[in-house]
Write a protein that binds this ligand. Structure first.
Ligand code: NDP
Length: 507
């Protein structure tokens, strides 16, 4: 439902990052066009809200069925603009999106039901209190290029389920999936104006911040800061899911086969372009050599080819061409400071077109190297030997980021004890990343990784305004604390204060 008006003069070319071919063109909307979309959205929102949970749920469930019925088309679109493997699009995007449409249709009424509140205040005896969640109105979602369905469209679903209108600003690199899903929603009964896509660049995103009642942003920490600063001008609430440098810790008693499979898979999944990618690994000294040997063998076996349908590659292209420079800079910096590259370590596919970097494993790394400190966002797996769990925890926390983390140990209780000491929004034990698929579990970062969370009750309540209700049914004509103030009544209230709150000890 992107609006292409006569004012649209600028266009953005969409490239297939695996081939370099141009696969589409979309309008680059300016601030006036974003304002037009916002006006249409605000006009349409009350009708959408009035449909109620059941009416909206029906539409979202229809959209769920649409995604499944059109799975090939959705995957082809995602792969054409991201260059990712077919399976990455299926598992981490289509399955997520289909699940989310059904989940929020079902759970919105439960998470947003009125809550009955009881108060211990003696002044409130006999009064009914409730907390109510109302849709905030118009939500703006600004998405990145790594998961055009999951991270962009996925965040629109709870906002719609709550009764809001939504404008999605996809990354200029990957707008086609959002446009396809906008068509799908319209076909499934979402009224005109309720969901629209504002294609464009950073300035379009900035204009969106000015036009909406709430912003959900996923992307880099640097841009997240800009979004928050801009939103501060209009006191617009923000939820920010930003960068990460997720550590994976392997304790000496870990199931090394599972730890190595998990490290390789969750570092290379989606070409490492995942906010919760495994970005660095710490291994207790006694099992370091064996772990490195296993990882090396598994990483060497990975195919890094152009995606050409199911089962044709393991690791796809680098979606955002400047990212190749970042990956190369991190690997070269590590090499220059003494690290050894045991797998990969170069741009791949010379002459084939597109943007590539080989699946890469490094050892002999330390925290003087960018690859252990900055978000690499590529298919890299640096592994560091540590003396013990204490050093692993210290190094895991030695980061400006705090999005996700993982700990491997056959002793789940010990693994959990280590997990609880890591400064991250989510930590898995003997697992990694799959917490993202639990839509019941909050997912969000601490430190420079963000503010707020998606999923769970908080993941939909953030798209609402709270309204506190207090209803007094039985009451005297005048409450005791009301005017006129008298010495007698003040003495009674003073005594009541001592009885209610004065029984504790000061020591
Ligand atoms: P950005 O954070 O710049 O982009 C995210 C979204 O914000 C895009 O839609 C972008 O539009 C938009 N945007 C850019 N500038 C503004 C602005 N001033 N106001 C509002 N919206 C804006 O990410 P990049 O694509 O530049 O990637 C940079 C780095 O971010 C990567 O190297 C990676 O480290 C990290 N990243 C993290 C992600 C995560 O999931 N946490 C996802 C993607 C990247 P447009 O794309 O059109 O410029």
């Amino acid at each position: 439902m992107a609006v292409v008006t006569e004012q649209t003069v600028r266009e953005i070319e969409v490239e297939n990052p695996a081939t370099g071919e141009i696969v589409g063109r979309v309008p680059d909307l300016g601030p006036e066009q974003v304002a037009d979309l916002a006006r249409a959205a605000r006009a349409a929102q009350p009708g959408w809200e009035a449909l109620g949970y059941e009416g909206r749920g029906r539409v979202l469930r229809r959209a769920q069925k649409w995604v499944v019925d059109n799975v090939d088309r959705v995957i082809e679109t995602i792969v054409s603009e991201t260059g990712k493997a077919y399976e990455d699009a299926l598992v981490a995007e289509v399955m997520y999106g289909a699940n989310a449409l059904g989940f929020w249709a079902k759970q919105a009424p439960r998470y947003l039901a009125d809550e009955r509140i009881r108060s211990a205040s003696p002044l409130l005896k006999g009064k009914r209190m409730a907390l109510r969640y109302r849709p905030i109105g118009l939500v703006g979602v600004i998405g990145p290029w790594n998961y055009p369905l999951t991270n962009s469209f996925g965040d629109c679903v709870p906002a719609l389920a709550a009764g809001n209108a939504v404008i999605l600003k996809p990354s200029e690199i990957t707008p086609l999936t959002s446009l396809l899903l906008a068509d799908a929603l319209r076909e499934c009964g979402v009224p005109e104006g309720v969901f629209s896509v504002a294609t464009g660049r950073g300035e379009t995103g900035a204009a969106l911040v000015d036009a909406v009642d709430m912003i959900m942003f996923t992307g880099s920490t640097a841009t997240g800061r800009k979004v928050m600063a801009r939103a501060a001008e209009t006191l617009t609430p923000v939820s920010l899911e930003l960068g990460g440098k997720d550590p994976l810790i392997v304790l000496a008693d870990a199931d090394l086969e599972r730890a190595a499979n998990s490290a390789v898979y969750y570092a290379m999944l989606n070409g490492g372009q995942t906010c919760i990618s495994v970005e660095r690994v710490y291994v207790e000294a006694p099992v370091y050599d064996e772990f490195v040997a296993k990882v090396t063998e598994k990483a060497r076996a990975l195919r890094n080819e152009r995606p050409a349908g199911p089962g044709t590659t393991d690791v796809g292209a680098i979606t955002f061409s400047p990212q190749v420079d970042v990956i190369e800079r991190h690997v070269d910096d590590a090499r220059a400071k003494g690290a050894q590259v045991v797998v990969g370590g170069a741009r791949g596919h010379d002459g084939l077109g597109g943007h590539w970097y080989e699946p890469t494993v490094l050892v002999g790394v330390d925290h003087t190297m960018d690859i252990m400190r900055e978000e690499t966002f590529g298919p890299t797996l640096p592994i560091m030997r540590v003396a013990d769990a204490e050093q692993a925890i210290r190094l895991a926390n030695d980061s400006p980021y705090g999005l996700g983390a993982a700990v491997f140990s056959k002793d789940a209780a010990r693994g959990e004890a280590v997990a609880r000491r890591i400064d991250a929004g989510a930590v898995c034990v003997n697992d990694s990343n799959v917490n993202y698929t639990a839509l019941e579990l909050p997912m969000g970062g601490v430190k420079a990784s963000g503010l707020g969370s998606r999923h769970g009750a908080g993941g939909i309540r953030k798209y609402t305004r709270q309204q506190a209700l207090l209803i007094s049914r039985l009451h005297p004509r005048k409450d005791v604390h009301m005017y006129p103030y008298t010495a007698k009544m003040t003495a009674v209230l003073g005594k009541l204060t001592r009885v209610l709150y004065g029984r504790g000890k000061r020591a």
